[in-house]
Design a protein around this ligand. Structure first.
Ligand code: KIV
Ligand code: NA
Length: 283
């Protein structure tokens, strides 16, 4: 199958077909996402939290993102792959950001990058798109990389000032050349208003039904870490479409029990034999 391009995204947006995005961080997840015919696969820096066990996304390095992006690229041949630029890889200077987005394309084997922020990163987005020729997705509303200044994970845009900031940031990203903007944890009414104001698709997460597309974290939607005795909770906005964590847990426990009781492996799973004649020569 041919890989999705920005042209395909534009056409889906023009026809008002919702754009479906899921995150993936490794080869099997990428294969699952591709077989499910996702439009976009996002190698999110949520990697840090759901795959690497860090408390925030601020710990994720560019090297880690490259390593995981490569694995996703090996499993995903149909969806457009977007990778997050991690904390510290694009804020210091435009030149630094340009070098790093080029590494993400060349070494991460992805088709586009995503950056958090609005007006403060507009010059960087413009340089990456127009000078480096790299497709950039923006990200407004809750910006997890800024959690320390924000004072914790929380929704964004619940008062007039924040709503105005969010709208102006999204417009600035579009103006700078972003092909799409993620809206994270903003009120549905605000997400609808921003979507109406923009001429590029919005991709919502915890932003209601009025955006041009949706994105969810693989682990959250599959219920990979939400079985009993595990502390990670599924976010309020996330629908859990499966209980994959419980299925895997049960498989591991049955395997353990069968090994402990001698039930595994049985003859059926002991396939290698040596002919009697060879055995006699050996013994
Ligand atoms: O890192 C991530 O998974 C993201 C999505 C939640 C949009 O940025
Ligand atoms: Na992210």
């Amino acid at each position: 199958p041919r890989r999705w391009t920005l042209g395909d995204i534009r056409r889906a947006y023009a026809r008002r077909v919702p754009i479906c995005v899921v995150t993936a961080y490794n080869y099997p997840q990428a294969v699952h996402a591709d077989l499910a015919e996702m439009d976009i696969v996002l190698v999110g820096d949520s990697l840090g939290m759901v795959e690497l066990g860090y408390p925030t996304t601020q710990f994720v390095t560019l090297e880690q993102m490259l390593h995981h992006a490569q694995a996703v690229a090996r499993g995903c041949h149909r969806a457009l792959i977007v990778a997050d630029m991690p904390f510290g890889s694009y804020e210091v200077s435009v030149a630094d950001a340009m070098r790093n987005v080029m590494r993400m394309i060349r070494e991460g084997h992805v088709q586009a990058v995503k950056m958090e922020g609005g007006r403060r990163i507009a010059a960087t987005v413009r340089a990456c798109v127009q000078q480096a020729g790299v497709a950039v997705m923006g990200h407004c509303g809750l910006l997890p990389q800024t959690v320390s200044a924000l004072g914790g994970f929380r929704s964004y845009g619940k008062n007039a000032a924040e709503a105005q900031t969010c709208l102006e940031d999204a417009l600035a990203l579009q103006d700078a050349g972003a092909f799409s903007v993620v809206l994270e944890c903003v009120p549905e009414r605000l997400a609808r208003a921003i979507t109406a104001a923009l001429e590029v698709p919005t991709i919502g997460i915890g932003a209601g039904a009025g955006t041009s597309g949706q994105v969810l974290v693989y682990h959250d939607l599959c219920g990979l870490l939400s079985h009993p005795h595990h502390a990670k909770v599924t976010p309020k906005f996330c629908k859990r479409f499966a209980r994959a964590g419980e299925v895997i847990q049960e498989a591991l426990e049955r395997y353990r029990d069968e090994v402990k009781h001698g039930a595994f492996p049985s003859a059926e799973h002991s396939p290698y034999s040596i002919p009697d004649r060879e055995w006699e020569r050996f013994a």
